[in-house]
Design a protein around this ligand. Structure first.
Ligand SMILES: Cc1ncc(COP(=O)(O)O)c(C=O)c1O
Length: 370
């Protein structure tokens, strides 16, 4: 049979993370620091709410934008935390769903989207799936965003700037002055600003403002419960922003995702009212322990302000990040090569959302490999 696969699918290589998962499956008791999700489970009251919703028959389609009380909760919480009421918002199938719809709504074939490098893996692929052209703003070596450097990349084809804080894979948080300058740039150039704030809870320094507060009329905030309530499999996220953009995205949601899972939206109401902050000092301590251990062993890594990742430069004696990770996997330590998240393959990502005993064993291996 002739090849029927469309170029948009054919051009995508299988996720580099998937390859590590396949390798992991062959190991008996690996130290797995490759996973981008918390190591705690969904809080019990949130599980109870999901089960109760299913038992009560709340299993049908919800309105496409989500149940009204959850939509309102998301808008109200943003206002409480950031002092700005955004126009509108809706419940999406995770941040991945919201991001897909945002790019589908904004990007025409050939439009350029400014993405950070390192980036979250989906950013590149979703941009190209939508016919867009990823243009990267480099944030090495300390993973700070330099708005002046971003400005130099703007062309008449630029449609949007994507930013994240805290970020994946670096954990880097934007400071308030770069947020202000990036938002001013987007406003001056008439660009959409998409701000991925999925790791918002996991912030170890002062909680800054959302990027969107500096440019509410042109920003789309993406948030969700995958990381904060460990609900990665339940697919609840949201987007907030100007009404015309939200309306365009909602039209697309009707014919694609239809709605976020019904029971999970009910559970999300409970997750919103729960205090999820207990994990934050625990993860901060893990960050500090890992960073100190790595530095003593001679690794170069800037201190990340959030999320649960460290993005570390591979020592010179390894050809690149992939070579380092291959050796680590041989020693039963699973990591992700930096090339999965970047045009460069110089680093590796550690997810420290893991038990302390595993982190200690990992540090021994890092020391041996330095
Ligand atoms: C920066 C970033 N954005 C979005 C996502 C996807 O989140 P969701 O599970 O809500 O689709 C992830 C997941 O790893 C992420 O790291």
């Amino acid at each position: 049979m002739k090849n029927l696969i469309a170029a948009r699918a054919a051009q995508i290589e299988a996720s580099g993370i998937r390859k590590i998962f396949d390798l992991a499956a062959t190991l008996k008791d690996p130290i797995n620091l490759s996973i981008g999700q918390p190591d705690f489970d969904v809080p019990e009251p949130v599980k109870d709410a999901a089960i109760a919703a299913i038992r009560a028959g709340f299993n049908r389609y919800t309105p496409s934008g989500g149940i009204p009380e959850l939509r309102e909760k998301v808008l109200a919480r943003f206002q409480r935390d950031h002092g700005v009421r955004l126009d509108d918002g809706f419940i999406a199938s995770g941040v991945s769903g919201a991001l897909t719809l945002a790019l589908l709504a904004l990007v025409n074939p050939g439009d350029e989207v400014l993405l950070p490098d390192p980036f979250f893996v989906s950013y590149t692929h979703l941009t190209t799936i939508c016919g867009g052209v990823p243009v990267y703003y480099d944030t090495y070596p300390d993973f700070r965003v330099d708005p002046e450097a971003v400005e130099k990349l703007v062309t008449p084809r630029t449609k949007a700037i994507l930013a994240m804080s805290p970020g994946n894979p670096t954990g880097a948080c934007m400071d308030e002055s770069s947020k202000q300058a990036l938002a001013d740039l987007a406003r001056r150039k008439g660009l959409a600003l998409i701000t991925d704030e999925i790791y918002e809870l996991f912030t170890y320094g002062p909680h800054g403002k959302s990027l969107a507060t500096y440019y509410p009329e042109g920003s789309l905030v993406l948030g969700g419960l995958s990381k904060t309530a460990a609900m990665t499999g339940w697919r609840v996220g949201w987007t907030l922003g100007p009404k015309h953009l939200i309306d365009a995205m909602l039209k697309l949601q009707q014919f694609t995702f239809v709605c976020a899972p019904s029971f999970a939206q009910k559970a999300a109401l409970v997750a919103f009212d729960a205090d999820l902050s207990a994990a934050v000092p625990v993860y901060r301590a893990k960050r500090d322990r890992m960073l100190a251990g790595l530095r003593v062993a001679g690794y170069e890594a800037p201190e990340p302000g959030g999320a649960f990742y460290l993005f570390v430069k591979a020592p010179k004696r390894y050809a690149n990040g992939t070579a380092f990770v291959e050796e680590a996997v041989r020693r039963e330590l699973l990591l992700v090569p930096g090339g999965v998240f970047s045009r460069r393959d110089t680093h590796f990502r550690i997810s420290y959302a893991a038990p302390d005993e595993k982190l200690e064993r990992a540090l021994e291996i890092f020391k041996a490999m330095a």
